[in-house]
Write a protein that binds this ligand. Structure first.
Ligand SMILES: C[S@@+](CC[C@H](N)C(=O)[O-])C[C@H]1O[C@@H](n2cnc3c(N)ncnc32)[C@H](O)[C@@H]1O
Length: 539
């Protein structure tokens, strides 16, 4: 475990420059040069073509699409540009992301688990009752090797094995912007991946998936399956934002900046050096997806005492092999023990998969940010967009009631599964939206009562209630019709059963399966709420 020994040796060194640290710095410089030299460099013609494509990409994503159709067209253009970029970068991406292939990589990863587990153990991870195994439908996961009791501490990962922007990196790019902590982490991961065998994180990086089911990996055809769903705009936005970040990084590395020698005494220069040698879109997409699907927040250790606690994004080796099941959060960072500690949310028999709870997230959120959906998600909902009309003469009065209710004038509000169906905020919004001039005067004259509008059995005039439920019914019908436009319900059911027949999804079709499941889940929430709205309108 040479690399890990290096980290341990470093920890024992006194502060301040010493002869030995200078020597090890020189050694690292040689390693940096070796890592860079092992990568193919693109010829000037290809580089020029890439520079132009990246500028085109940045111009494209700069434009804010005006409506869903424009947004879709922009996505199609973006995919075209990214395709051309990936073709030009092919030799480089093959070198920095060599495992990427179309076959599932569970077995390849499993072969690296022994070395990873030894590295983790040597670094101080305690995971005695757990082992890493393949679980179909989940890729890798954690398996109990003995009976685990509820609330038993089963896993701990010390700070020095937690990968964050504070892990001895001088690759800062996004400065000290607190909201950029996940970007810094993705950038650091890009750098460590380029460093390859010279990275001290190599045993960990080797067991990470080679590719993900995040929206960044969707083909245009797969993305089409999201058209008309609540996830579509979010997914397209995600692709746009990540492409923009890549464009900025690329421009910084190849267009705006002089060639770097990787001088470790210049802050940020080593990061720039590696970016200039190994950055490519496939690598950035991989790093961002790794961070999106596996990160957790830990408290920063580089803040002044007295400041309010600052949290930074981190990758937590071993712990991040745990898959999600609904329950409660049982992983916490111990400031005194300086380690992430995870207890069992329920008893787990030997041989069974050990799950943790990732937190309350809708399936839309899970799909766009985590690359999976949970068919038993008790916290699921579908957001629908509602807004006051700027041409409505009564908009100001409606706005004053909404303000009192803390509901925005244009908002994404929740349609829920049974037994609630319509969130109280959505119901109140539509009630306000459907008030007549007299009803508005009545409610505005006593704003303290506005909270009553949140309750399902708030006493309202019959015609007002009918208009409210009719609006909800029409809106839900429309959303279901839009879903049908892309793929009718009967075809959805047929395609899904064909895929599921293939033993939990054919390898290589995980994204198709996830998209069909997502559509079924969204449809079921909307259809349940529609039925509920119909019943209420008739009362
Ligand atoms: C933190 S990682 C967990 C380990 C991961 N399975 C692996 O092979 O490295 C999170 C990823 O695991 C998968 N995952 C976690 N919980 C899942 C679930 N309930 N159903 C399907 N996939 C799940 C998803 O791909 C998700 O992005």
């Amino acid at each position: 475990m040479g690399k890990n020994n290096k980290r341990n040796k470093k920890a024992k060194q006194p502060n301040g420059p010493t002869a030995s640290s200078a020597a090890s710095g020189a050694g690292e410089d040689v390693e940096d040069q070796q890592a860079a030299r092992s990568l193919p460099s693109l010829n000037p013609k290809k580089r020029n073509q890439l520079n132009k494509l990246v500028e085109e990409l940045l111009d494209l994503v700069e434009k804010q699409p005006a409506n869903p159709n424009d947004e879709w067209k922009q996505y199609e253009q973006l995919q075209q540009l990214l395709k051309q970029i990936m073709i030009l970068e092919e030799s480089l991406s093959q070198a920095v992301c060599p495992q990427i292939s179309d076959s599932p990589d569970d077995q390849t990863r499993l072969a690296k688990v022994e070395a990873f587990s030894a590295w983790a153990k040597e670094g101080g991870v305690h995971s005695e009752g757990l082992e890493i195994a393949i679980f179909p439908g989940y890729q890798l996961g954690l398996r109990a090797t003995r009976q685990l009791e509820k609330e038993e501490l089963v896993l701990s990962v010390p700070r020095k094995l937690i990968f964050s922007e504070e892990s001895d990196s001088d690759c800062r790019l996004f400065g000290n912007m607190p909201q950029a902590t996940h970007l810094n982490l993705a950038y650091d991961l890009v750098i460590e991946k380029i460093r390859g065998e010279f990275s001290e994180w190599r045993p960990y990086i080797d067991v990470l998936p080679a590719k993900y089911n995040t929206v960044l990996y969707f083909s245009t055809k797969q993305m089409e399956r999201l058209r008309g769903t609540a996830a579509c705009s979010l997914a397209l936005r995600q692709c746009r934002v990540i492409a923009k970040q890549f464009g900025f990084l690329y421009r910084y590395a190849h267009i705006l900046t002089e060639t770097s020698s990787g001088n470790r005494s210049l802050p940020g220069d080593r990061g720039l050096f590696f970016a200039q040698h190994g950055l490519c879109y496939k690598l950035y997409r991989w790093a961002v997806s790794t961070v999106m699907t596996r990160q957790n927040l830990v408290p920063s250790e580089k803040q002044e005492s007295g400041d309010s606690p600052k949290f930074i994004s981190a990758l937590i080796p071993y712990w991040d092999m745990a898959n999600h099941r609904p329950g409660k959060i049982t992983s916490f960072y111990g400031a005194v023990s300086r380690q992430l500690e995870c207890t069992a949310q329920e008893a787990c028999a030997a041989g069974e998969q050990f799950f943790i709870y990732y937190g309350d997230r809708s399936n839309t959120d899970l799909l766009v940010h985590n690359g999976f959906v949970d068919v038993n998600n008790p916290k699921d909902y579908v957001n629908i967009r509602v807004g006051l009309s700027p041409t409505d003469a009564l908009a100001a009065k409606r706005a004053s009631i909404l303000d009192k209710l803390n509901i925005r004038h244009t908002a994404e509000l929740r349609v829920l599964p049974a037994p609630e169906f319509i969130s109280k905020e959505l119901l109140a919004f539509v009630r306000v939206f459907k008030m007549s001039a007299e009803q508005l005067d009545h409610w505005c004259s006593d704003l303290e009562r506005a909270g009553d509008l949140l309750h399902i059995d708030c006493a309202l005039e019959t015609d007002h209630e009918t208009r409210t439920w009719q609006f909800l019914e029409d809106r839900l019908k429309l959303l279901l019709a839009v879903l049908d436009k892309e793929l009718r319900e009967a075809d959805e059911v047929k395609e899904l059963s064909e895929l599921e027949l293939k033993d939990g999804g054919k390898p290589g079709q995980e994204i198709e399966l996830m998209l069909l499941l997502y559509r079924r889940l969204e449809r079921s929430i909307l259809a349940g709420a529609l039925q509920y709205a119909r019943e209420h309108r008739k009362v």
